[in-house]
Design a protein around this ligand. Structure first.
Ligand SMILES: Cc1ncc(C[n+]2csc(CCOP(=O)(O)OP(=O)(O)O)c2C)c(N)n1
Ligand SMILES: [Mg+2]
Length: 317
C-alpha cells in the first residue's frame, strides 16, 4: 500500500478507537439503552477490509457492528446518534447498537450470532444473477463459526459459487469462553476445506496484512470463483460488553501481551519509518478527538422519535 493509503488507514483506525472509547463511556453512563460491545483491538480487521469495499457492495455484520459500519462508510456522527437511540442515526435510533441498518450505505447488522452468514448468501445470490461484480462481505466471530448457519451457509455458498467474502474475526473469545475451549479446528480457517473453498488465516493486528489478503481474495470473489473465508486473528481489549467483569476469565498479563501487538502503534511505527513526521500523527490525533467531540455533542442534541413514529414499521401497532 502507498503512503497515502496507509495514512488513511491510520486515520480511520484512530478514529474508530476514539469513537469506541467514547461510546463505551456513554454506555457506562447509561445513555446507550441496549448492550454495547466494544471493538477496541480489532480495528485492523474492519479497516483492512475497507480497502476492498465498493459503495455498492453489501456488508452484513454482528452484535459488535460499529467498526464494520464505519469501515463501510457510516459516519461516526451517525453511529453516535443511532447508538444513543436518536434521530439522525441511519435507523433513526430504533435499531440501536446491534440491530440497525444503514440502507443507503448497504450495511446491515443483527444480534443473532451467525445469522448474517445465510443472509449474505441471499444477497450474494442476487448479486451473482445481476452480474455486476458486486460482493457481499460478511463479518462474524469465532463463536459464530460453531453455529449451524456457518456450516450450512458456507456449504451453500460453495455449491452455488456465491460472491461472498466471509471475514471471521477470531478475537480469542466467545463471551467469557476462550476459543481453544470450544472450536476444534486450529486455525479455524481450516474449516473452509470441508466445503471445498479457500480458507486463509491472517494477522488481524496488522492492517496491511488484512488489506493484502482482502484484496487478493476479493479479486477472485468478484470474478465468480465463489466464496473465500479469511480468518483474522485478533483480540478484544475490553470486555465482551460494556460492564463485563472480564477479570473473571482472563489475566491482565494476557491483555498486556496483546497490547504489544496493538495495530495502531504498529502502523504508526511503520509510518515513522517511511518518513511521516511524528508531529503529523499527533496533529491527526487531536483533529480526530475534536471532531468526535463535536459529533457526540451533535448526536446528544438530536431528538428521539415520537412513539407514533417509532411504531411506524410495526405490523400490528
Ligand atoms: C444464536 C445466538 N446464541 C447466543 C447468543 C448470545 N451471544 C451474544 S454474543 C455471543 C458470543 C459470540 O462470540 P463470537 O462469535 O466470537 O463474537 P464476539 O462476541 O467475540 O465478537 C453470544 C453467545 C446470541 N446472541 N445468538
Ligand atoms: Mg469472538
Amino acid at each position: 500500500m502507498e503512503k497515502n493509503e496507509l495514512l488513511t488507514c491510520y486515520y480511520k483506525m484512530l478514529e474508530l478507537r476514539h469513537q469506541d472509547e467514547m461510546l463505551l463511556e456513554l454506555k457506562m453512563k447509561d445513555l446507550i439503552m441496549d448492550g454495547y460491545h466494544p471493538y477496541q483491538g480489532q480495528e485492523a480487521v474492519a479497516i483492512g477490509v475497507s480497502a476492498v469495499l465498493r459503495a455498492d457492495d453489501v456488508v452484513l455484520s454482528t452484535h459488535r457492528p460499529q467498526g464494520h459500519a464505519f469501515a463501510k462508510g457510516t459516519t461516526s456522527r451517525q453511529i453516535f446518534a443511532e447508538f444513543l437511540g436518536r434521530q439522525g442515526g441511519p435507523s433513526q435510533g430504533i435499531g440501536g447498537p446491534m440491530q440497525f441498518i444503514d440502507y443507503p450505505n448497504n450495511f446491515f447488522c443483527g444480534s443473532i450470532v451467525g445469522s448474517g452468514i445465510t443472509v449474505a448468501n441471499g444477497v450474494a445470490l442476487y448479486m451473482k444473477k445481476e452480474g455486476k461484480g458486486r460482493m457481499a462481505v460478511c463479518f462474524f466471530g469465532d463463536g459464530a463459526s460453531n453455529t449451524g448457519s456457518f456450516h450450512e451457509g458456507l456449504n451453500l455458498a460453495a455449491i452455488w459459487k456465491l460472491p461472498v467474502l466471509f471475514i471471521l474475526e477470531n478475537n480469542q473469545y466467545g463471551e467469557a469462553m476462550p476459543v481453544r475451549e470450544f472450536v476444534s479446528a486450529d486455525p479455524i480457517s481450516k474449516r473452509a476445506a470441508a466445503y471445498g473453498i479457500e480458507g486463509i488465516t491472517v494477522d488481524g493486528m496488522d492492517v496491511m496484512a488484512v488489506a493484502g489478503a482482502a484484496i487478493a481474495a476479493s479479486e477472485k470473489v468478484r470474478q465468480g470463483a465463489g466464496p473465500i473465508l479469511i480468518e483474522a486473528v485478533t483480540y478484544r481489549y475490553k470486555g465482551h460488553y460494556g460492564g463485563d467483569p472480564d477479570h473473571t476469565y482472563r489475566t491482565r498479563d494476557e491483555i498486556e501481551q496483546w497490547r504489544q501487538k496493538d495495530p495502531i502503534p504498529r502502523l504508526a511505527a511503520h509510518l515513522l519509518a517511511i518518513g511521516v513526521p511524528e508531529a503529523d500523527l499527533a496533529q491527526m490525533d487531536q483533529q480526530i478527538v475534536q471532531k468526535l467531540r463535536e459529533d457526540q455533542e451533535w448526536a446528544l442534541a438530536q431528538p428521539f422519535l415520537s412513539i407514533e413514529e417509532a411504531t411506524d414499521h410495526v405490523l400490528i401497532p
